[in-house]
Design a protein around this ligand. Structure first.
Ligand code: SAM
Length: 275
């Protein structure tokens, strides 16, 4: 680039906006133009195209699907931490797990798991409190965060809410170049299955779960997308199963048959047949 353009024009921003919406369901408000410019500028330089317009043409060329994936990953926000929104974990250990059916395996899905702190927190808790065999699957659309999640290595500063006894039981301290980091032990890591999944896609092949965490992701979607996702999640939940959403999120305004049990906790209740 000769003169460095650091911000896409409004017109080019609209093209990115539509692309991100179509591919991820994420609605980028107008005010995100600077954020988009900031996040994509290094790719514009790396690919050595002249400007954001040329970069847009580059990533929408089917020959460059890898770069499209890179650009879309940069559009996701991956903030997460261990035992985030701890009320959900309290409810799991105090209310849900003591009542589960002892004859069935307990299945949990962490949808939009980011770098893995959420599903590892769930797995630690299940290992402590679940009396039946259990499984945790975890997905995200962003393959880079999934790679991080599979490794299970975290900087100590970002593990403050991880209880000390869990840290001792389930994690090892990093040494040498990993000083200041900890790693989830392989025994726990191998009990989780991480996979790439776009929440806009059909969920029917994923099977049924007893508990689904879908937290701090629907906040980026509009009502139409959220409704489609909720329809899919309804099919994926077993009867009496629970749905946890982020505490700053709501299903208000959407059609669903869940019962609101507590803030950000929903349960799939029996559909009563007309007599
Ligand atoms: C803020 S993180 C939430 C992580 C975790 N659930 C939590 O509450 O701490 C949001 C995650 O949603 C993922 N995401 C965004 N759009 C998605 C989509 N269409 N399908 C699947 N995951 C998506 C992002 O990649 C990101 O990792």
């Amino acid at each position: 680039m000769s003169t460095l353009e650091t911000l896409p024009s409004e017109e080019i921003f609209t093209l990115f906006q539509r692309l991100v919406y179509d591919k991820l369901g994420i609605h980028l408000a107008k005010q995100k133009r600077m954020m988009l410019g900031h996040r994509l500028l290094k790719r514009v330089k790396h690919i050595q195209v002249d400007n954001f317009s040329a970069y847009f043409r580059f990533i929408t060329n089917p020959d460059n699907s890898h770069e499209l994936e890179v650009a879309l990953e940069l559009m996701t926000t991956n903030e997460t931490f261990f035992f985030r929104e701890e009320k959900h974990f309290d409810y799991m250990s105090n209310i849900i797990l003591p009542r589960i059916n002892a004859n069935q395996d307990y299945k949990v899905w962490s949808a939009a798991c980011s770098t893995g702190e959420e599903p590892y927190s769930i797995a630690m808790l299940l290992n402590e409190h679940c009396s039946t065999p259990w499984s945790v699957v975890a997905s995200d659309v962003n393959k880079s965060v999934l790679a991080h999640a599979r490794k299970g290595i975290y900087i100590n500063d970002r593990t403050k809410l991880l209880p000390k006894e869990y840290r001792q039981t389930y994690c090892v301290k990093g040494t040498d170049e990993f000083e200041g980091y900890m790693r989830v032990k392989p025994e726990l890591r191998k009990q989780l299955h991480f996979f790439s999944f776009n929440l806009l896609d059909n969920m029917s092949a994923l099977g049924k779960f007893d508990l689904i965490f879908i937290r701090n992701v629907m906040i980026y979607f509009d009502d139409k997308t959220r409704q489609n996702i909720i329809n899919g999640l309804q099919q994926c939940l077993n009867e009496e199963g629970y749905l946890f959403i982020g505490h700053s999120e709501t299903l208000h305004g959407l059609e669903h048959s869940f019962e609101l049990i507590k803030p950000a906790i929903y349960q799939k209740t029996h559909v009563k047949e007309n007599q």
